[in-house]
Design a binder for this molecule. Structure first.
Ligand SMILES: Nc1ncnc2c1ncn2[C@@H]1O[C@H](COP(=O)(O)OP(=O)(O)OP(=O)(O)O)[C@@H](O)[C@H]1O
Ligand SMILES: [Mg+2]
Length: 248
């Protein structure tokens, strides 16, 4: 799985917030994307998943079964080829219960139509099992009700992405708003799936100890451009990263 962007730029009015010659994600297992506030991390993830239209540049995904150009695709089509993003800011979840949000996410598009209601659901048991497994793995206040707090909504957003079994998952600040122990459980679950070869992951985080602990490879973004990439130890000791981000 290789997600590649080339000559990718995004400008708002005259202000260029992303300008990347070339970057590849998904080749290394669990990758980190770090950089100062406003560096363009969320914008880059939005561009990669086609939620934000680029000013210029190409995005392609090599799934192993051929290379797909993502530029012409809508974001839901990108999701169908297995590239999914969790959100930095959470909206929604007030009209569906925790279990229904997960059921909806887990249901393949072919089963959403009216005819499928009468056709009988052969996949239902499998979906119910996946939903139950995820709901029971985390301490929601009301497992049969709604996500209560901002933290529970954030967690549900992540679980909703995981249950679709993406090939490449982009996580935008998964720890923000989540208690430490829940963050660990989520990251451990993610790491297991990566180690099992089920998916690749890119995590955007300001929590650097978490990045050093979990990531196999780290990209450093500053003012819209990738300034350095490498293994955690290399990035940690890089002078440019230290100057621009860690305030050394
Ligand atoms: N819709 C928009 N219109 C105008 N400017 C925007 C828009 N979205 C983002 N920006 C600007 O683009 C720059 C990059 O923002 P972005 O949210 O991608 O940064 P980030 O690296 O995710 O920051 P943080 O770590 O704070 O989440 C910022 O200067 C931001 O103000
Ligand atoms: Mg952001």
């Amino acid at each position: 799985m290789r997600l590649e962007a080339q000559n990718l730029t995004k400008a708002y009015h005259a202000h260029e917030v992303v300008n990347i010659e070339k970057v590849t994600f998904g080749a290394k297992g669990l990758e980190g994307l770090i950089g100062p506030n406003g560096a363009g991390k969320s914008t880059l993830m939005g561009l990669l998943t086609r939620r934000i239209a680029p000013t210029s540049g190409t995005i392609s995904l090599d799934t192993g079964a051929g290379v797909k150009q993502l530029n012409p695709l809508k974001s839901y089509e990108v999701a169908r080829v297995g590239l999914i993003k969790t959100n930095q800011r959470i909206q929604g979840f007030d009209s569906l219960t925790i279990r229904d949000s997960l059921r909806l996410a887990a249901t393949p598009p072919k089963d959403e139509g009216l005819t499928s209601i009468f056709a009988g659901h052969r996949d239902t048991d499998e979906i119910e099992e996946k939903v139950a497994r995820l709901v029971e793995a985390f301490p929601f206040t009301d497992r049969n009700g709604y996500a209560m707090s901002g933290g529970e909504k954030k967690l549900l957003d992540i679980l909703r992405c995981l249950i679709t079994e993406p090939k490449l998952l982009l996580m935008d600040e998964p720890t923000a708003g989540l208690p430490d122990d829940i963050t660990r459980s989520v990251m451990n679950m993610v790491r297991e799936k990566v180690l099992a070869g089920d998916m690749r992951v890119v995590v955007v985080e300001h929590d650097l100890p978490l990045i050093w602990e979990y990531c196999d490879y780290v990209h450093f973004l500053s003012e819209g451009s990738i300034l350095f990439e490498g293994e955690p130890d290399e990035v940690k000791s890089n002078r440019v990263v230290a100057e621009k981000y860690m305030g050394v």
